[in-house]
Design a protein around this ligand. Structure first.
Ligand code: COA
Length: 176
């Protein structure tokens, strides 16, 4: 399905997103690279929106014409880790390969630093096998910092990850 990147918007989730959320968060192609359990019903999608998405400090629905076609999430640290936040995202498979995730991350970056003023470092942890996600952060301007070998278990499998970062001072016109 062809889309116009200029029509992409980011907004908080609401309960009306349940069917669309289920269509991609219920798809193993999307969830296999995430910590999320794959959703299996509309009730699970509604509970997930109510209990996880709405109270979340920074989780946005990636939309076309207000229809949710993906998500982008930022997990801010606390205490001595309040300077940094982790970013994650996913897009419904029928929209892959058209620049949607890259556009969404580019749109999110200034918003995140504005909404979470203590965060100066946004970091992305990407499986070495996940070439599409590596391209997304590279195209959005993140720097690759290195390989984290046998870093953590995801769904029971011990994984190698690349770590990328984008600092609040990395915007092209930053004065700092
Ligand atoms: C990763 C994901 C979000 C990318 O979404 P998308 O909207 O297709 O991303 P974009 O179109 O902006 O960019 C994808 C890039 O990856 C490239 N790509 C896709 N599959 C690839 C592969 N197997 N090998 C190399 N590059 C690949 C595309 O060609 C494109 O790069 P290009 O513009 O240089 O050609 C999507 O695949 C997804 O939802 N995956 C499941 C969830 C996930 O992995 N999330 C990330 C967790 S860190």
């Amino acid at each position: 399905m062809e889309i116009n990147l200029l029509e992409i918007t980011l907004r908080p989730f609401n309960l009306m997103d349940a069917d669309n959320l289920l269509s991609y968060a219920g798809d193993d192609q999307v969830t296999r690279n995430l910590r999320w359990k794959t959703l299996t019903s509309k009730d699970e999608a509604l509970t997930f929106i109510k209990d996880v998405c709405i109270p979340h400090p920074w989780r946005r629905s990636i939309c076309i014409n207000n229809r949710s076609i993906g998500f982008i999430t930022v997990f801010p640290g606390s205490g001595d880790d309040r300077c940094k936040a982790d970013i994650g995202y996913g897009v419904a498979p029928k929209y892959w390969g058209q620049g949607v995730a890259t556009q969404a991350v580019k749109m999110a970056l200034p918003q995140v630093f504005k909404d979470l003023p203590e965060v100066v470092r946004l970091q992305a942890f990407v499986f070495v096998e996940n070439k599409a996600s590596q391209r997304v952060v590279e195209k959005a301007g993140f720097q690759k910092e290195g390989l984290l070998r046998k870093y953590c278990y995801i769904k029971g499998v011990l994984r190698d990850l690349f770590v990328y970062s984008f600092l609040s001072t990395d915007f092209p016109n930053s004065q700092d």
